[in-house]
Design a protein around this ligand. Structure first.
Ligand code: UDP
Length: 244
């Protein structure tokens, strides 16, 4: 993890306090160039709440090289704690910038996760968007976390970037369980990003994102997520109670 003067601690999780541009240019791209193994967690309030409830999961998140703030709730909490974070750094935006870089540098990417038809459609979309991107491999996300065939396939692909879209906590658990078997690779959990990149789920319009209301848009579109939003409220209430 980076040193503490570059981070803001929220419920014991150290978030990198920088912009997306700086994170890419001064952290991720140089590490990719050096083939340095890297584990990135893009954390929202749900992930932070999960670290409170599950000590093993917390250790995994703490072991990441970088935890970046993905979620308006994290930014709001940091502001409330009078330690504002510079910018929201979302998984989906990082994915697009990383693929752009990989295409440019002749690096490869493995896409692990989501339903089979979504994974397939998303890879086709990425081939259209990044025609020179080297696609190391792909695999849907409905397998046993211990399945050696999946790990072998990813390892044999020798991918520079491994995007893991298994939802929380599965994606971080898979990365933690297997990353020692790889000699290089940027490993990042990317939640529901493949569904968006496949064009199956729409991201909120720009105006909603600017107003920090992407979460509300998601609930309106996918009402089954309403239960999860209670975790976000619990997160905010805990932040407020801790300060008062
Ligand atoms: N997913 C998966 N395997 C699983 C569970 C989920 O590949 O066992 C995929 C799911 O299809 C979706 C992504 O993980 O593409 C994120 O799932 P979800 O929306 O449930 O999680 P969140 O966005 O909250 O991380």
């Amino acid at each position: 993890m980076v040193d503490s003067n570059q981070t803001v601690s929220i419920m014991d999780i150290n978030f990198l306090n920088t912009t997306k541009k700086d994170f890419l240019n001064h952290h991720l791209f140089p590490r990719l160039d050096k083939r340095e193994k890297t584990f990135v967690v893009t954390a929202n309030p749900e992930i932070v709440m999960k670290t409170r409830e599950d000590a093993a999961y917390k250790r995994i998140v703490e072991s990441a090289n970088y935890v970046v703030p993905d979620g308006a709730g994290i930014l709001l909490a940091a502001k409330y704690m009078k330690q504002p974070l510079q910018e929201r750094i979302t998984g989906i935006e990082l994915v697009l910038d990383l693929l752009d870089f990989a295409e440019d540098q002749g690096m490869s990417c493995y896409f692990l996760g989501a339903k089979e038809y979504i994974n397939e459609k998303m890879v086709l979309e990425m081939e259209k968007k990044f025609p020179n991107l080297n696609i190391a491999g792909r695999q849907h996300g409905f397998f046993d976390l211990d399945d050696p065939k999946v790990v072998e396939d990813v390892a044999q692909s020798n991918a520079d970037i491994v995007l893991v879209a298994l939802g929380l906590p599965r994606q971080e658990l898979w990365i933690d369980q297997h990353k020692d078997k790889f000699s290089k690779g940027l490993f990042m959990g990317v939640g529901g990003s493949f569904d968006v990149l496949a064009g199956e789920v729409k991201r909120a319009p720009e105006g909603w994102i600017k107003l920090n209301l992407e979460w509300l848009y998601r609930i309106l579109k996918e009402p089954f997520r309403i239960k999860r939003i209670f975790k976000v409220f619990e997160f905010m209430i805990r932040i407020i109670l801790k300060r008062s």
